[in-house]
Each structure stands twice: as structure tokens, then as C-alpha cells.
Design a protein. Sequence first.
Length: 246
Amino acid sequence: MKHLRRSAVIVLFFITIVVAAFGVYIFLEIKKPPEAGVHETVRHFSFSSVRSLDEWKEKMLTRNRTDYSVAEHGGRDCVKAVSENSASALFYRQQLSCERDPFIRWDWKAEKFPSHKYKETLGEKDEFDFAAQVYVIFSARFFLNAKAIQYVWTRDVPAGTVAASPYTEKVRIMVLRSGESEEWKHEERNIKDDFRSLFGKEPEKDVAVISFMTDSDSTGSSAEAYYGDITVGYLEMVRKEEPSGI
């Protein structure tokens, strides 16, 4: 009987040690900083409500406005953009510090491209229309001095092509997608990396605005696109190991 009691005490002691150790492990897992590659979301737009666009503002670029509406396409919530000889953009004021590593990611689908009479190009104002565009705009004392990255989905210009906007050297264009697609496409961009690549230097100002636009005014035609799940935030750095104290 004494032998059985001694065995029970030993088993109970062992179980207590295991439970305590597991508790410490869980505590440390919860408390430790995030690993490299983890994203810190600052703002996410799912466009799942009929009022999802209430907090977005519209910038008119011609007398005709592009129609933006909350919709469902391909089984997912999104914004449907229909342009009929029009050009207007939706924008949201969101500051992101460039002392960190800001990112933007989104899903999109170009449904109908503007009708170009001539070869599509990034360098001419004539027929400068795109089915789908996403902008990251940096802060400036005067709006006309603001630098911006313009991500576009073109009909013919190859993906990977970059250029300065024909309207201003302060806007740089990067083609992410080209041609028709039956599927949604996902993008994720490191904003600082893209700024360095396009402007050849570090960003001097923080991100101030994000925007998207579908236009067809320069071609006098029509275009249609879908935008979904826009997210902005920061890319976390590799966590530093705490000194062991040994």
C-alpha cells in the first residue's frame, strides 16, 4: 500500500511539472515579439457593407464621374468601377510613416479596357487611360508637389514596365498586370522599396493618401474594373533576441 501511495505521489509530481512547464511555454509564446514577415494592419477595407464607401472621398478629374459602387463579383465583396468617357478617383486619407516599412495590398480585376486607337503607351497624354489603377500619394505642403506611385493594369504595356507620368515627374508609374484575365489578381507592395526603385532615393515624406481609379476620358470610350480587400500597414522587422544573461 505504501508503495502504491509513493507511486501516486511521484506521478502527481510529474504531471504538475509538465503542466507548469507547458504554462510557461504558452506564456512565452504569447509574449514574444512577432517573427519576421508578420504584418501590422493599420486599415483594412473589405467593402462588405453598402456604406463601405462612405468614408472615401471622390476627386473629379473631368466633368463626367466614374461610377463606383459596392458590389459582389465572383463570389466576393468589392467595389465595381464603371467609366463612360469619365475620370474620377476615390481616395482615403491615411498616414503611414516611412520611418518604418509601410505596405499596401489589394485584389483587383480588369473587366473591360479602354479602347485605344493607337499603341498603348505610358509616356503620352493622348489616350492615357487605364482600366485599373491604385495610387499611393505622399504628403506635401502643396498638393502639386506631392510625389506618388501609380500602380496600373494595362491592356498591352508589359508588366514590369516603369515610367514617369506624362503629366508630372513627381508621379511614377509601375505596371503590375497586363492583358485580360478571368481571375482576380492579388498584389502586395513594399512601398519604400517601390519608392526607392522608381525615384532612386529614400522617401522624404510619409504616405498621406491611398486611392484607386478607373478612367476612359482620354480615349472617349468605356472601362470597367473591380477592387477588393484593400489593406495598408507595416511590415515588421526581425525580432531581436533577448540576452540570455548567462
